[in-house]
Design a binder for this molecule. Structure first.
Ligand code: NAD
Length: 372
């Protein structure tokens, strides 16, 4: 197959969909890889490393390909000329763009629709990028907090450790907890799913008392929306912990729905000036009432950040992990060299959004208003 890597078109996206190690593996499997000059630079990967791995580095207009791989999200115009694309495509948020891809006859596979199954684990880019984002969230918070994270015993006196509270203990939240622990902070965590309590504690953090709902856990370990009375109890239970924290990192998400509101403006106002809130759910509406995506909000000295592209802060490793996910998917979809789209196969059924001129995923059709 002729695989072309896309130079990410969004300003600020420092990641690249394939790293040289994956290029070498794909070339070894008989594929050709076309690489746009400079596309790896922001991730610390020069053209030379790609040509040494067997890629054909090009400049100028993109050559035609069988498959374009990108981080995304991308538009039809950005990927052409190609037969197929693998990327984060935001299919539920951009159903009309999926319709355009279908009309153009492009086969589109969305990384965010990968099932959370053992078979698809190596292709789970949501997890790999959430790992990078959770880690980076703690570094960002630590850099903006006017205090140390660890306890310090110095000749100038003893400094107590900073208190870090992590709300939502999925992939990003658990990585944030682990990172904050490594930096010596006193860490606590909370999640609506009872199974998360043990995971938080196994990382040496305290599980904050709050409502737990076994029924909140839906298929694949995801949480569903909680009822209004549960939400009110959550806010009441979390308020004193938010108030006491130096850093709050929020990561709570409900797939396909707005992020649950876990922090009110009043709760932010009650925090100590200098404290920092990092809201990783900013792209789906935010867990904090005052979050503005990609902006800094100052509420009486408390800084609230809603960065949507945190994985870029560690673009080298985020790209490496994404590249492994994409390569595993290519191996899965093209075991003999060419893409084979079999809608009855579970990974294809879940993640292949368009093929043969049709939108295959019912939820994307429903998002267009065309019914499931
Ligand atoms: P996510 O990004 O959808 O949500 C992050 C966290 O927010 C979740 O832990 C969720 O329970 C929590 N949350 C949602 N609503 C909440 C609320 N009202 N209050 C508090 N917390 C709330 O989730 P994710 O990080 O993608 O992972 C979710 C689950 O999937 C986890 O159970 C994880 O172990 C599982 N998972 C499984 C696999 C696999 O089997 N291959 C891979 C990755 C993740």
């Amino acid at each position: 197959m002729l695989i072309r890597v896309l130079a990410e078109p969004r300003p600020g996206d420092a990641r690249v969909a394939l790293v040289p190690r994956s290029v070498a593996a794909l070339v070894g499997a008989g594929h050709r890889v076309l690489f746009p000059s400079g596309a790896g630079a922001a991730a610390g990967l020069p053209d030379r490393s790609y040509s040494e791995a067997g890629a054909e580095v090009f400049t100028g207009p993109p050559p035609a390909a069988d498959l374009v791989v990108a981080v995304g999200p991308v538009t039809l115009e950005e990927i052409l000329p190609t037969e197929a694309v693998i990327a984060f495509l935001d299919p539920l948020g951009r159903p009309e763009e999926m319709a355009r891809l279908a009309e153009a006859g492009v086969t589109a596979v969305a990384m965010e629709l990968m099932p959370r199954t053992t078979q698809a684990q190596a292709m789970d880019a949501l997890s790999s990028q959430a790992t990078a984002a959770g880690y980076q969230a703690v570094l960002l918070a630590a850099a903006r907090l006017p205090r140390f994270l660890p306890m310090m015993m110095t000749a100038a006196g003893t400094v107590p450790p900073a208190k870090v509270l992590v709300l939502g203990a999925g992939v990003a939240g658990l990585q944030a907890i682990a990172t904050a622990r490594r930096l010596g902070a006193m860490v606590s965590g909370y999640d609506i799913r009872p199974a998360a309590a043990e995971q938080v504690q196994s990382l040496g953090a305290t599980f904050v008392g709050g409502p737990l709902e076994a029924s909140a856990e839906t298929g694949g370990g995801y949480a569903g929306e909680v009822a209004e009375d549960t939400r009110a109890r959550q806010l009441a239970a979390l308020a004193p912990h938010v108030e006491a924290a130096d850093i709050v990192i929020t990561t709570a998400q409900v797939p396909g729905k707005p992020a649950p509101r876990l922090i009110t403006r009043q709760m932010v106002e009650a925090m100590r000036p200098g404290s920092v809130v990092i809201d990783l759910a900013a792209s789906t509406g935010g867990n904090c009432e005052v979050t503005v995506p990609d902006q800094e909000v100052d509420i009486e000295g408390v800084l609230v950040l809603g960065p949507r592209d945190l994985a870029n802060g560690t673009a080298g490793h985020a790209s490496e992990m994404y590249s492994r996910n994409v390569t595993a998917l290519i191996r899965h979809l093209a075991p003999e060299g060419d893409l084979v789209i079999d809608p009855s196969e579970p990974i294809t059924a879940a993640a292949c959004v368009t093929h043969g001129g049709d939108i295959l995923v019912p939820a994307v059709r429903a998002a267009r208003g065309g019914g499931a």
